[in-house]
Write a protein that binds this ligand. Structure first.
Ligand SMILES: [Mg+2]
Length: 250
């Protein structure tokens, strides 16, 4: 890896994780925010409709790589419950904020991540590329956990309009770091967005399996992750100390 000049990182289940109750809390807070604004919805029915709308939108996104946003899912779920509300309605914006407030409360740094970032920052340019629908929430989580100062570039799919595994977002990472793609490795936990995504963009992926290996109960994403294993050519690390060893910095 003598040509290596930069390292790209995924965020969720790579640098940080969320406590297991996060998704349930997020959904409860979403419903609460809507009820506060006068929507007489039944929580269970709304949540089911919301989840179905999210899955449908995310599956659409898989076709062309575009990112979606929570406001569309909430608007669709409200319609199922008898309310026609524009996705741009400020009451929906409040509900989005309510939903993500659970992430502000329950996001945690993965052990060793901060120390590792401090070490590798001495030798490499660092970039973050995360799939996250709502940019402001991702920015807030990153800042709250003290990750911001380590990175030369922080790219969030909700701000880019496209999400991993689209090659477009990996190219943004390469451009933002002002390097060639051969000078970059990309580290993430999820097969399709991170490993296949980076590889398809001509970037060397590294598979980070701390969460998987430690069977940390974690909040599943909307489309269930943690499926699939990269083929043998992809380096696998289970702990951040192993990255330092891989880079000859241990
Ligand atoms: Mg991840």
């Amino acid at each position: 890896m003598e040509h290596l000049r930069a390292i790209g990182f995924d965020l969720f289940n790579t640098l940080i994780t969320v406590e297991p109750q996060t998704m349930q809390q997020a959904n409860e807070r979403l419903v609460f925010a809507l009820k506060q604004n006068g929507f007489a919805i039944e929580g269970e029915r709304f949540n089911k409709a919301h989840r179905e709308a999210a899955v449908q939108h995310l599956e659409e996104c898989r076709k062309d790589g575009r990112e979606t946003h929570n406001r569309f899912w909430i608007s669709a779920a409200l319609e199922t419950c008898g309310y026609r509300v524009s996705p741009e309605d400020p009451r929906i914006a409040e509900a989005v904020e309510g939903y993500f407030s659970a992430f502000y409360d329950y996001s945690r740094i993965i052990p060793g991540a901060t120390e590792m970032l401090g070490r590798v920052k001495e030798s490499f340019r660092l970039g973050m590329l995360t799939n996250f629908t709502h940019g402001p929430a991702a920015r807030k989580i990153i800042e709250q956990l003290g990750l911001e100062p380590f990175f030369d570039v922080i790219l969030i799919s909700g701000e880019l309009g496209f999400r991993k595994p689209s090659p477009l977002v990996f190219q943004k990472l390469v451009d933002g770091l002002e390097i060639e793609k051969e000078e970059l490795i990309y580290i993430g936990d999820d097969l399709e967005p991170d490993i296949i995504g980076a590889h398809s963009a001509g970037i060397q992926p590294i598979w980070f399996t701390f969460v998987r290996d430690h069977e940390i109960p974690f909040a599943a994403g909307i489309l269930s992750p943690r499926t699939g294993t990269p083929d043998g050519g992809v380096p696998r690390i289970s702990h951040w100390q192993e990255l330092l060893a891989l880079l000859g910095q241990a």
